[in-house]
Design a protein around this ligand. Structure first.
Ligand code: ZN
Ligand code: ZN
Length: 256
């Protein structure tokens, strides 16, 4: 056990799409193992926390789950930082749904804006290696191209991140027994009203009973909802640790 590489996630932002709570910023989770750093999403307001946690140009990759702004809009300050704050300018690999560069170019009204500092590529069809971590993604029900991702160490410890997801069952193929599951619970104790493609705690509890992750990190809870009830509901389905994460949380993925 002593030779195991470190494996942790730092919560930079825990969503949701909007908030009236100062300090609550868009989805962003920094996963580190050994010398490798992979960022999962970069939603509104989370770039400053990223810059506090790590030199942004040292990221091995940014992985964007889907093209809703609360999951990618702070790529714009990241792009500016890489272009103007770092000498010489650097670029970072961005694994994202097709069309992200065009979205960013359009927001800035400048062709080639994203490409100057962000090396955008689509989600891989097969698992890939990013530094010391393997990365696998699958489509989930939310936007036309929304992904859940699993990042894992060479000895098999894994973190599965749901992104935004409307059908809990979609996540099941990605979860290995004992993984840590970082999962959206937008509608808290539920129910999810007709229309939005998001999850509630009963749906997550059902998934957890079936797939047996070792621990569950709940996130992306909409403002104004009870914060204790979803934890209690999911905890009833699992012996391992269940918590609602907050920006600033640093979680040892081997210790949860
Ligand atoms: Zn979202
Ligand atoms: Zn979304």
């Amino acid at each position: 056990m002593a030779d195991q590489t470190t494996f942790s996630v730092t919560v930079l932002g825990a969503g949701p799409a909007w908030s009236d709570r100062p300090g609550s910023s868009g989805a962003s989770y920094l996963v580190r193992s050994g010398r490798t750093a992979v960022l999962l999403d970069l939603g509104q307001g989370s770039f400053p926390r990223l810059a506090q946690a790590i030199e942004p140009s040292a990221l091995d990759a940014v992985v964007v789950s889907h093209l809703h702004p609360d999951h990618f809009i702070d790529l714009i300050p990241l792009r500016h930082y890489l272009a103007y704050q770092v000498t010489p300018p650097r670029s970072v690999r961005v694994i994202a749904p097709e069309g992200i560069a065009e979205r960013l170019d359009s927001l800035h009204d400048q062709q080639g804006f994203a490409a100057q500092s962000l090396r955008c590529e689509p989600h891989p069809a097969e698992p890939i290696q990013v530094g010391e971590l393997s990365l696998e993604s699958i489509r989930v029900t939310h936007t036309a191209d929304s992904r859940a991702v699993r990042v894992a160490t060479s000895d098999g410890a894994g973190l599965v991140y749901s992104g935004d997801c409307g059908v809990a069952e979609d996540l099941a193929p990605l979860i290995r027994r004992g993984d840590t599951l970082l999962v959206e619970v937008s509608f808290g104790a539920g129910p999810v009203p007709p229309g939005p493609l998001h999850l509630d705690a009963p749906a997550v509890a059902g998934l957890v009973r079936e797939t047996r992750p070792g621990a569950v990190l709940l996130t992306h809870l909409q403002m104004g909802l009870d914060r204790a009830a979803p934890v209690e509901i999911v905890q009833s389905a699992i012996d391992g640790d269940v918590r609602l994460v907050e920006p600033g949380d640093e979680i040892d993925l081997r210790g949860t």
